[in-house]
Design a protein around this ligand. Sequence first.
Ligand code: GLP
Length: 234
Amino acid sequence: MKIIKVKDQLEGAKVGLDILKEQIAAGAQTFGLATGSTPVEFYNQVINSDLDFSDKTSINLDEYVGLDGSDEQSYRYFMSQHLFNEKPFKENFLPDGKAADLEAETKHYDSIIDAHPIDFQILGIGHNGHIGFNEPGTPFDSTTHVVDLTESTINANARYFECEADVPKKAVSMGIASIMKSKTIVLMAWGEGKSEAIQAMVEGEITESMPASILQKHDDVIVIVDEAAAKLLK
Ligand code: GLP
């Protein structure tokens, strides 16, 4: 893992943009994208750049079960607001959280990932070390699956909803094996609240109880962290 320590989120987003530009210059076509607050400034930087995605493909990590893409809390809506409306892609894939047959949807999503190998994957990290919505205990060999969100993830995401009861309890998430197949992975983390997860991910044991720890085994992972998120690293 390559660790890049930055002063703050803005500097980190600019570093992320530079890496993205290098990847595109090297031929990257398919971009694995994440939601959450972490990549928002990075997406702003992308929007304000001269990069063109009109012949590129995006594949998002996850989507809530039960929310339509037009729902303001859905991840599809989030991506439209924070990136896609300003930077149109050739195609944007997200799991369909309203699919009548969710098991079939997970298989369909795996076939999309297989058909469009991810060149560059953006990740955030949950306080409990989750990546995508792969909660602690998720098998490292998992592909796309339906997830029961943990209490801590529901709490953390409640800030986007009117009340905690409105937060969906399930999601469809790309699996850990799918994420690990990405050629290059850039994980970003800001703030002290992420410092324990970052330390466990970088310096801890590789264990399914800390999903992000598997990234130690990937040969091209760049971790961009601000000083607060890096504070427990040796
Ligand atoms: C959600 C998303 C993750 C994200 C995590 C952290 O659970 N599914 O992809 O990394 O939240 O969110 P934030 O970036 O808001 O801290």
